[in-house]
Design a protein. Structure first.
Length: 396
């Protein structure tokens, strides 16, 4: 199974959950309900640790290299991530209610959990709540960055490695089994066909949205640099298709660098901007999370007003800066605001994980390709200055 891509494992889990839900006896279904109950407790325990372990080192690393170009890049990346999510909310608010009009809006969570109870549950209370973890991460990251605390920097770097290993080797491998249990219970309770229909509709909208995001980003970059945006975008297509195949921003960095240089970005600017944006610039991911979250809110009749989602989006954009570079890492980090701000239950979170990962490669391709647009803007602002500084450096 580890050799099978995560997306394929998720699809297999959904299919098997739907098939086995047709004939599994209740006693066996309750076994998987028990696993899901325990695993959801473990997820709840890990979420604050994920926030603290990823955000604090990210802030410390950014602060260490503080400079105008860094600050500008981070600001543009954050704002673009927020704008992409706001576009998803606006489009979803306009399209999803009518699209989901014929879909049963009976509470998914209630129907799935009400019919099938686990044999037992194990309470694993988190060490911190989500907001406390975020504040703690900001305080520690800023203090490490500006006070120069090498011991704490090393400790948090090692803590980040622990968190990433837990995600890679414990959470992500068990996600297919968790999602299998969710769809098994939904099939037993008669809700699964409505959910699959919703998935198909939402995936089509999100695919169109990610193309629209790339369109406005390259139009903005073309206007700012006074160049043809279509040609700029076409040169970035190798990075786009590489990301579609790898579903990894990090693995696509060499191609993104190469194509950015072909677009006229200086090697020094590209070498700085592209690896940084591969970590902090996540418009495709934030757009997917927002659209999927809005879908679940509409299905469950949960609050989804603009003020609530603006709070959620601003939080998610910060979380995306620290999302680990592993498949499914962004959605795992986003579980914190999904639970604390939107009030998503473990079953809701499992649904959004499945829907998110089903489109993981498209979001990654959007993230990576749009890094090329930011590189063009940064090159326009700082490229000449960096070239002058490089030319004036004496040869060694």
């Amino acid at each position: 199974m580890p050799r099978i891509p995560l997306l394929a494992r998720i699809v297999i889990a959904i299919v098997l959950g739907v098939v086995f839900g047709q004939f599994f006896p209740l006693a066996l279904t309750r076994v998987f309900a028990t696993f899901n109950a325990v695993f959801s407790q473990f997820l709840g325990f890990m979420i604050p640790l994920i926030i603290a372990g990823l955000v604090a080192p990210a802030i410390a690393d950014i602060g260490r290299s503080a400079g105008r170009m860094l600050l500008t890049t981070v600001t543009i990346a954050y704002l673009d991530t927020v704008v992409a999510a706001l576009i998803a909310y606006a489009a979803g608010s306009s399209l999803f209610p009518s699209m989901l009009e014929k879909v049963s809006t009976a509470g998914i969570d209630a129907s799935a959990k009400g019919a099938i109870e686990p044999y037992f549950t194990i309470g694993i209370p988190p060490l911190l709540d989500v907001m406390a973890a975020l504040v703690f991460a900001f305080i520690m990251g800023l203090c490490i960055a500006y006070m120069g605390l090498p011991t704490l920097r090393s400790a948090f770097a090692e803590f980040r490695q622990i968190v990433v290993k837990v995600i890679e080797h414990a959470i992500v491998p068990l996600l297919p089994l968790y999602i299998f249990g969710i769809f098994l219970m939904m099939t037993t309770s008669g809700q699964v066909y409505h959910i699959l229909k919703v998935f198909a509709l939402v995936i089509v909208v999100i695919f169109a949205l990610h193309l629209f995001i790339l369109f406005y980003e390259f139009v903005a970059a073309g206007l700012f640099t006074r160049r043809n945006p279509w040609r700029l975008f076409v040169r970035m297509l190798p990075a786009y298709f590489t990301a579609l195949g790898t579903s990894s921003s990090a693995a696509t960095i060499p191609v993104t660098l190469q194509q950015s240089v072909k677009n006229g970005v200086s090697e020094s600017v590209a070498g700085f901007t592209v690896p940084l944006c591969a970590t902090i610039h996540m418009p495709g991911s934030s757009m997917k999370v927002t659209a999927c979250a809005l879908t679940i809110c509409l299905l469950n009749g949960m609050p989804h007003d603009f003020g609530l989602f603006l709070h959620f989006i601003l939080f998610v954009a910060i979380i995306m800066v620290a999302a680990p570079g592993v498949p499914g890492g962004a959605i795992m980090a986003a579980l914190a605001p999904l639970g604390s701000i939107l009030g998503f239950s473990p079953d809701d979170q499992a649904l959004i994980i499945a829907l998110y990962i089903a489109m993981d490669s498209f979001g990654t391709a959007c993230n990576v390709t749009s890094d090329g647009a930011i590189a063009l803007i940064i090159n326009k602002l700082f490229g000449r200055r960096m070239k002058t500084a490089t030319d004036s450096t004496p040869a060694q």
